[in-house]
Design a protein around this ligand. Structure first.
Ligand SMILES: CC(C)(COP(=O)(O)OP(=O)(O)OC[C@H]1O[C@@H](n2cnc3c(N)ncnc32)[C@H](O)[C@@H]1OP(=O)(O)O)[C@@H](O)C(=O)NCCC(=O)NCCS
Length: 167
């Protein structure tokens, strides 16, 4: 049973570092997009789990753009934090930077927004603690996340209608 006391954003923030190894890359020496997606999903899942202290599942990942190539040997830094919570769902934002390990140059490689839902022992959605945004950045992210949530739920309904009609 998780408690529902409000939690600060920083209590669940996650920072992950990874080195891009040969098995993470394609024949051109850049990173597999799918592997980066898995790292993003894992980073976000840890932030959501820390906030909810419950079993969480990924309900959705918003569109993902790869902004800069990630190369073999690069250092990857992923930072994930909960942007807003609904009743049982949480939006987590993940920012990915790549660092050239020889020069130290850093580039913004990708950003993604994921929605997680907390589940109880019967795998039904369960409420999550309220979120306390303390800084101006956190308040801005929370406000923007509210706009994305409304858009996302509209798209989910449209998607459901489309796949139901096509099946
Ligand atoms: C995600 C899941 C638990 C939602 O179950 P559901 O019965 O549709 O639940 P509800 O409609 O009551 O929605 C619960 C919450 O999730 C949110 N939600 C559900 N689907 C969503 C989606 N696709 N995108 C964004 N939010 C979503 C709802 O808005 C609601 O949020 P709120 O409580 O904060 O208002 C269910 O669809 C599921 O188990 N999906 C599979 C998840 C999974 O296995 N992920 C790993 C992929 S391999």
């Amino acid at each position: 049973m998780s408690d529902l006391l409000p939690k600060r954003v920083r209590e669940s923030t996650v920072e992950t570092t990874a080195l891009v190894l040969p098995q993470d890359t394609n024949p051109h020496g850049t990173m597999f997009g799918g592997h980066l997606m898995a790292l993003i999903d894992t980073t976000a899942a840890v932030a959501a789990s820390r906030h909810a202290r419950a079993l969480v599942v990924t309900a959705a990942m918003d569109e993902l753009h790869f902004l800069a190539p990630v190369m073999l040997g690069d250092i990857l830094m992923l930072r994930g934090s909960v942007n807003m919570v609904g009743t049982t769902s949480m939006e987590v934002g993940v920012r990915v930077e790549r660092e050239d390990r020889l020069t130290g140059r850093r580039d913004h490689a990708a950003s993604a927004y994921l929605t997680f839902v907390a589940l109880d022992a019967s795998r039904r959605p369960q409420p999550v603690p309220p979120l306390i945004a303390e800084s101006d950045d956190e308040r801005r992210r929370m406000e923007n996340a509210g706009v994305r949530r409304a858009d996302r739920l509209r798209r989910r309904e449209a998607y459901r209608r489309t796949v139901t009609n096509e099946s």
